[in-house]
Design a protein around this ligand. Structure first.
Ligand code: SF4
Ligand code: SF4
Length: 635
């Protein structure tokens, strides 16, 4: 969210990608909140924590230094409750953030003096959380009488301010789904043209109140699509947030940017770390929840990565261009994966390792044949150079290599035993659009060769031999200091290679239980219409036969009850973790609980009648034994 003011043109997918990937940094100021939303995702977090200013400033500084963020989003709880709120805004601007955004329930900004002071400090964007079109609905959802009146007052104030970027987010849930169009209409009447529509997920309060919070998306799809289509009007921006991909067929430009998954994982990093280092599953892990959870694809990727570590079934240790990476490969690895400029660089590498080589050579040319060696053919020039040679080839399917293969079908046919064709996945929509072949199914139909193929669902690779993608483990996945899987890198690995989606129509497909779907950026680029359920015909029969032979039982995911994995392994030569760093907020929560327990004990003690005559040690006043207050209680 947070576009520049409307230009009069509906943004295309690439423009949306650019906006969504502006470098931004989320900084939490408080867990305190003056609303009690029925769907609150923060209700599991220790409440009423006001983070110390030094900690907030350090986090602001980290966002500039590590992520080069030029925008900061102040969040909570309700960030505006922090007593140092204005100082935080000023500090953010002083550190160089061009834009300071705050996500808010609007309560504080209803006061003119508060709004003016925030703007004066440098606040430039307000995202109002509006969940109902009437006071009855909004106040019920936020459990805060008067909240609707105040948020409307604040929105009107912000919209009238030409220097303020104003947008609205709505948590769509079972209580307001029937009025989602009316909520947006109200926002439009107030002058807001940018909306972030958040789908409820089974966490915290939203799960506690699931009977009222969850809804049948299919049943309400017409109303939702009516709102989504506003995005096509010039000057309007509609964003979806955690909205299930299968229901966005025909509106794929609204699929949330997959990098949002990095934020989701970051928000759960302590729990993810605890799982990887101590084998303790995330608190929310239960199939009933996971099957409705937007984060499920990541959690399943995490389990599959760890499972392969345990089974020693990773085959390629991909160091990319870091040819001098000294870290030894994990057990089970057969090939060292490298990217080099010229073939001669492979000679030095081959002398240093007992592993075979899996090599992407920028400049194609003659290459010495070695046992266990695979060459990556990424361009027509690679294919020209190597198709007749002795090498095992992994051909990357792109618009260019596809054209070459169609033009040289006979040469490719003669090499079928040595080649595997792989549909690469891309981290961004821009890369997918620049590289991917249009309509892969048409390409395979034209090619008409039983070529071993990976990276595509069966419906998009008719007539091929469906095989696994190369089992490539990126060295970058591991923290160089600890030899442990890095949570952020794992999330990127997921986004780049494993994040897949399907259409609602896939439910009717004969191989749906053995299909991971289409990579997210291929969907965002070419649409879910590429998924054509296999129902009958020779290819449906053959694809089902092949996939059943590969996976006699359907592959489990968290939603179907995949069992938690044991602790992930460190790289060879690194110690296994001995302790798990605690979640700082949980530590503060425990301190608060201890303090409250001590206070209750004191009160009980004070209420007890004094023994009349019994001698004893000298009494101390209650204040003398009072433990130090947690910082937020000292306010
Ligand atoms: S998929 Fe399951 S374990 Fe993972 S975040 Fe969602 S509910 Fe929690
Ligand atoms: S389940 Fe969907 S994506 Fe997979 S093969 Fe069938 S139609 Fe294609």
């Amino acid at each position: 969210m947070g576009t520049t003011p409307p230009t009069g043109q509906a943004p295309d997918g690439l423009e949306r990608e650019r906006i969504a990937n502006r470098r931004k940094h989320w900084v939490r100021l408080v867990t305190a909140c003056n609303s009690r939303c029925l769907f609150c995702l923060d209700s599991d977090t220790p409440r009423n924590v006001f983070l110390p200013l030094e900690q907030i400033y350090a986090e602001l500084e980290r966002g500039r230094r590590e992520h080069q963020a030029d925008k900061v989003i102040l969040s909570g709880g309700e960030a505006s409750l922090h007593p140092g709120f204005f100082e935080v805004i000023r500090e953010a601007r002083a550190l160089g953030y061009e834009r300071v955004q705050c996500v808010t329930n609007g309560w504080m900004y209803a006061e003119r003096s508060f709004y003016t002071a925030a703007v004066g400090a440098g606040l430039g964007e307000l995202t109002f959380s509006l969940h109902g079109h009437t006071a009855a609905l909004h106040d019920e959802l936020t459990q805060t009488p008067g909240a609707f009146q105040r948020i409307c007052k604040a929105i009107l104030r912000a919209v009238r301010d030409p220097a303020m970027i104003t947008n609205i987010d709505v948590v769509i849930n079972g209580m307001n789904i029937a009025y989602i169009d009316k909520i947006v209409e109200l926002g439009i009447r107030m002058g807001v043209r940018e909306y972030d529509l958040l789908h409820v997920i089974p966490q915290a309060n939203a799960y506690t109140h699931r009977d009222r919070m969850f809804y049948d998306v299919a049943e309400h799809l017409p109303r939702l699509r009516k709102v989504f289509r506003l995005d096509r009007l010039p000057g309007f921006y509609i964003w979806t947030n955690r909205f299930p991909i299968p229901f966005l067929e025909g509106l794929e430009e609204l699929i949330q940017d997959p990098h949002k998954m990095l934020d989701e994982v970051h928000g759960r990093r302590h729990q993810v770390r605890r799982y990887l280092d101590a084998g303790i599953p995330l608190d929310c892990r239960e199939p009933e929840r996971c099957r409705h959870c937007f984060i499920e694809p990541f959690c399943t990727t995490m389990d599959r990565v760890v499972e392969r570590q345990h089974d020693h079934t990773w085959r390629i240790w991909w160091v990319d261009r870091a040819l001098d990476d000294p870290r030894p490969a994990p057990a089970g690895i057969e090939q060292l994966g490298v990217r080099v400029e010229v073939a001669s660089q492979l000679d030095t590498l081959a002398a240093r390792t007992e592993l075979g080589l899996y090599a992407w050579i920028d400049t194609p040319g003659p290459v010495l044949e070695r046992p266990g060696q695979t060459l990556v053919a990424a361009t027509p020039d690679h294919l020209e150079a190597w198709i007749e040679g002795p090498h095992a080839l992994l051909i990357l399917l792109t618009a260019q290599t596809a054209a070459w293969m169609l033009a040289h079908r006979a040469r490719l046919a003669a090499a079928l035993e040595r080649v595997q064709l792989h549909q690469p996945s891309h981290e961004t929509l821009a890369e997918a659009r620049a590289s991917d072949v249009r309509q892969p199914a048409d390409f395979f139909t034209q090619l008409g060769l039983p070529i071993r193929t990976s990276g595509l669902p069966a419906c998009m690779a008719p007539g091929t031999v469906l095989v696994d993608a190369p089992a490539l483990l990126p060295a970058a996945l591991f923290d160089p200091l600890t030899g442990r899987i890095d949570t952020r890198q794992l999330a990127r690995f997921h986004v780049t290679t494993r994040y897949r989606g399907r259409s609602v129509r896939c439910d009717g497909c004969r191989v749906s239980q053995r299909c991971d779907g289409i990579h997210i950026n291929q969907i965002r680029d070419q649409g879910l219409r590429q998924a054509v359920p296999l129902i009958q015909g020779p290819w449906a029969d053959e694809a089902e036969r092949q996939l059943r032979a590969r996976w006699p039982t359907p592959r489990a995911c968290l939603g179907t009850g995949l069992r938690p994995k044991p602790v992930a392994a460190s790289l060879p030569g690194y110690p296994e973790p001995s302790a798990v760093a605690p979640d700082p907020l949980a530590v503060i929560g425990a301190q608060r609980q201890a303090w409250r327990g001590a206070r209750a004990a004191r009160q009980r003690q004070a209420a007890r009648p004094e023994p009349a005559t019994r001698p004893g040690p000298e009494k101390r006043s209650p204040s003398a034994v009072r433990p130090a207050l947690p910082p937020d209680e000292q306010r």
